[in-house]
Design a protein. Sequence first.
Length: 118
Amino acid sequence: MTRREIIRYCLTLTGAYEDHPFGDDPNWALLRHKANKKTFACVYERNGRLCINLKCEPGLAVFLREQFRDLAAGYHMNKTHWNTVMTDGDVPDKDLFGFIGMSYDLTKPKAKSKEKGM
C-alpha cells in the first residue's frame, strides 16, 4: 500500500482533512478531524519504511504489539495510547483499515450531551 493510498483512504472518513504542520519536514502528513483538529493518523517514512501512527485503547495497543512483528509503540507519540504500523510488514491491509477506523473513532469530537434540567 502506498502513502497516497493510505491518505486517500483516511480522507474518505467524514470530516477528515490532510495537514502538513511541520514545514521543515514535509515527510509527515497528519490526518485530522475538521471539527476538533485532533490527529487520528500520522503518515511518514522512517528508515526507508512507510509508517502510520494510530491511536489505540491502551490494553489493546499492547496486545496488538504482541501479535504483529511490524506494529510497535508509537514513534514520537505517547507509547500507552499510540501504535506505529509499518505498512510493508505483517499487518494485513484489512486490519490496518480497521486500526485507522478505531483511531478515527477515539479522536473524533465527543457528542454533546443535553444540558441538565432541559
